[in-house]
Ligand binder design. Sequence first.
Ligand SMILES: Nc1ncnc2c1ncn2[C@@H]1O[C@H](COP(=O)(O)OP(=O)(O)OP(=O)(O)O)[C@@H](O)[C@H]1O
Ligand SMILES: [Mg+2]
Length: 507
Amino acid sequence: MEEKKTIIRLSHVCKSFEDGVTVVDDFNLDVKEGEFITILGPSGCGKTTTLRMIAGFELPTSGEITLNGEDISMLPPYKRPVNTVFQHYALFPHLDVYDNVAFGLKLKKIPVEVTNRKGEKVIKYKHLDAKTIDAKVSRALQIVDLDEMEDRDVSTLSGGQQQRVAIARAIVNEPKVLLLDEPLSALDHKMRKDMQLELKDMHKKLGITFFYVTHDQEEALTMSDRIIVMKRGLIQQVGTPEDIYNEPVNAFVADFIGESNIYNGTMVGKLKVRFINAVWDAIDDFPLNEKVDIVVRPEDVIIGAPGKGNVDGEISSKIFKGVHYEYIVHVGKNEVLCRDTKDHQVGSKVSLSVEKENIQIMHKELTENEYVDAWINNANQVVIGEDPFPVDVTKLVPGSSLDEQGYVIDAKANKKYDFKDADVVATIGLDKIVLSDDLDSGETKGTIINSVWIGDHYQYIIRTDDDEDFVVNSQYSWNENDLVAIHVEPTDIAIRLKKDLENYEVA
Ligand SMILES: Nc1ncnc2c1ncn2[C@@H]1O[C@H](COP(=O)(O)OP(=O)(O)OP(=O)(O)O)[C@@H](O)[C@H]1O
Ligand SMILES: [Mg+2]
């Protein structure tokens, strides 16, 4: 197969808005001519923002976007050969189908060469003539299968038909790239399924590049040549639907694509991994004692007679799904989602096994320590587990300060807040925790339960008496089972409120 030409390239594209939060972070991607490419990710991960930068409605904060090798980062939208079908499309309710589609064309001017009165050839910008517009609109309506409905008022159309008008309106300009931002989100399930196939068909007929955005994994898997999975502005994985389904690079992707069982695991020997209270054979090699994420697809779990598999459990729920049953099997406190065409009774004891090639093992992605059950005590300290850590509570209100009684005063609005007992999420970077042998030198202490050498530093897991874990990157060497003090500078603890700020306002 010949290598297709790159039509759009995003290089190191970043976007942050006025509030300084980076919503698209170092986005790099080559889109091939004629490709159907999809960005998939949860709400707020930056999908629309990425699309808007390609369309030109938003400018990148840094980085470059090229189209056929030419930098278009700074071109206004109407000069880019791309068209967008928006997440919330708006048709003109007072115009019929034909006029909705023809609207843009009627305003458009194209360069034509004419001879002026001095006999010189000059370029003039002229409107398209009625015949040309007619031909273009007819073709667009044919592609979306609405050619019989030209004269219908758009307000009398069904949701799916309106959606098609919106698509016709975008393709009538013959763009090189069609950007589609969740175009089917307003439709019911059945109509969505139909439209997915129709869109795929349109893509084939038009032969242009489709850049699609959705948060629906099934939609992405059925329609796309390639999928980009995004999380909080960062690309997690780019690949074909099969790649992404079968070989997710981390637990986030696995969880987002299809139903999965995801567990914490530990490597306990060569090609041996321990999870859900059992040791399993594996085909991926990771260092001994490394903490890993395990993914097992429900369809890969084999249910057998008790004692005959790798681990025993008990069926705790059962749903009939047409071709198969879906079971939840409890193994200790772990749940395993399984599919089986055989009928088992709820409450029955079974065994579970999984072929070793169906156990996906991935590096654990630890970027920070997160404590979701932290709270602020009456000394404005953050309590993690049972241990108070000094922290800067004025960070909860930008630009604020503390008064003598410990209230936080908002400098601008002069509002007063009381954060005592406030529930917060505290996060601490792996590099921000200082360990020491001097057990009185920290806010708490704990035992090193795991240590791994990662390329150029150690990563330790330290567990405190109240069962909180601190994951720490360090240059210094300690042994497992050593007792160490844990210290964090107040400025290195990030806190965010679980409830809205106004809940803490005092008169
Ligand atoms: N003009 C703006 N000013 C400030 N923040 C913005 C602006 N536009 C978007 N954001 C923020 O950027 C983040 C990404 O938004 P975006 O619309 O790209 O998400 P999305 O992935 O399309 O989500 P959804 O699936 O809900 O449509 C969000 O946190 C959003 O609040
Ligand atoms: Mg969006």
